[in-house]
Design a protein around this ligand. Structure first.
Ligand SMILES: Cc1cc2nc3c(=O)[nH]c(=O)nc-3n(C[C@H](O)[C@H](O)[C@H](O)COP(=O)(O)OP(=O)(O)OC[C@H]3O[C@@H](n4cnc5c(N)ncnc54)[C@H](O)[C@@H]3O)c2cc1C
Length: 353
């Protein structure tokens, strides 16, 4: 059996690694000339680490990443709540912070242990399905046939377009800003820090490695939005991004399957996007090996819908401009701060839901 994976982001790489370790003849192509140096996702959740354990990727990710054990929630400069993730689970819960380009590099290394390398500068332009074969057409004019094709080609998926499935949803109007910086003396080591500001504005600081931080905000200048001083010594990059919230109506047509951002996208609030793609890819590989692929679409659609609903609920709540919501935010965070069981529940939701 042979499988073509289109796209060497975290989703496609997970699919390829999980198929290769089960002995499936897998190939993976990407239209880029090399791995992206642009890192989007940072937070790796416990479920992703569990899924990537058998391949050996988790051990490497754990070696390199920062274990985030606390989430500090501020209203402006005033700290309202600290959620300890470390109370969850037997070995102490944490979200692993690691820049996405490093996660991808580790997955590529694991793939190379199975003798598979990403075929860079190889763009899929089209495909057709005939009988039980998928004929993939590449920009260099070649056509090759496979038993299955996985479209892990991101939010502007060519595979999805060629399948003709709907990708319904909305484009959010606001622009978000992002900065990756070196800074000294930031007091919240191994913590995510969430600042709720006035008028529905938010800013979040995430450690990437020692003295290096990612700052994200729904304002036009993430660094300027921070209410506490961050002593920046070097700016690695600054940029902007827009958010769409979408999901496909079906995850496969015959032998062509969708996974990752090709099938769903939403805001980074809650840090679920990459993790959901890793989960899609691992489930595809497991079901292919088990002979239960027919359940993939329904299972992944339901999971994607739940994650999008939760992420959107959280985004709307923290970015709401309503005064009532601001008051509710204070009341709820104060209540959670006072009741350890609620804190543990919130910590669990951050890690596992
Ligand atoms: C600012 C920001 C912060 C984020 N933070 C988090 C976070 O903390 N946690 C989290 O879980 N998620 C986060 N996300 C979301 C996460 O980055 C994405 O969900 C994730 O990258 C999706 O991975 P993917 O492999 O599905 O797609 P991609 O990473 O987009 O990879 C798709 C690949 O397909 C290739 N490709 C496209 N078309 C073709 C073609 N025709 N032929 C061949 N190759 C092709 C592309 O070159 C690309 O390499 C964040 C996103 C943003 C924007």
């Amino acid at each position: 059996m042979n499988v073509m994976v289109v796209g060497a982001g975290p989703t496609g790489l997970t699919a390829a690694v999980e198929l290769a370790r089960r002995g499936v003849d897998v190939r993976i192509v990407d239209k880029r000339a090399e791995g992206s140096g642009f890192s989007r996702a940072v937070g790796i959740l416990p479920k992703s680490l569990e899924l990537l354990e058998a391949s050996g990727a988790s051990a490497r990710l754990l070696d390199e990443g920062v274990r985030i054990q606390r989430v500090h929630v501020f209203q402006g400069k005033q700290e309202l709540l600290t959620v300890s993730l470390g109370q969850q689970g037997a070995d102490g819960g944490f979200i692993l912070a690691l820049a996405q380009d490093r996660t991808e590099a580790i997955l590529r290394d694991c793939l190379s242990n199975h003798g598979v390398a990403v075929e860079w500068s190889r763009e899929l332009t089209d495909f057709r399905q005939e009988g039980d074969r998928v004929f993939a057409v590449f920009a260099d004019g070649a056509t090759e046939d496979f038993d299955y094709l996985v479209g892990a080609d991101g939010v502007r998926s060519r595979v999805r377009d060629a399948l003709g499935v709907d990708y319904d949803g909305i484009n959010l109007p606001e622009t978000w800003s992002i900065a990756d910086v070196d800074a000294n003396g930031w007091p919240f080591d191994k913590s995510f820090v969430v600042f709720r500001l006035d008028h529905g504005r938010v800013a979040v600081v995430v450690p990437l490695e020692a003295n290096r931080y990612r700052v994200i905000s729904n304002t036009d200048n993430a660094l300027a939005a921070l209410p506490l001083p961050l002593a920046v010594t070097n700016i690695h990059r600054e940029g902007e991004f827009k958010i769409s919230v979408r999901q496909v109506d079906r995850y496969n047509v015959d032998r062509v399957y969708l996974a990752g951002d090709a099938a769903h996208c939403h805001s980074p609030v809650g840090g679920r996007g990459m993790n959901l793609g890793i989960d899609d890819a691992a489930e595809f590989a497991r079901r292919l090996a088990d002979g239960t692929l027919e359940g993939y679409g329904e299972s992944r659609h339901a999971r994607g819908r739940r994650v999008i609903k939760a992420s959107e609920g959280l985004r709307k709540f923290v970015t709401s401009k309503s005064g009532i919501n601001a008051m509710l935010f204070r009341v709820l965070t104060a209540a959670v701060g006072r009741v350890p069981a609620l804190q543990r529940g919130l910590g669990r939701a951050m890690l596992y839901d």
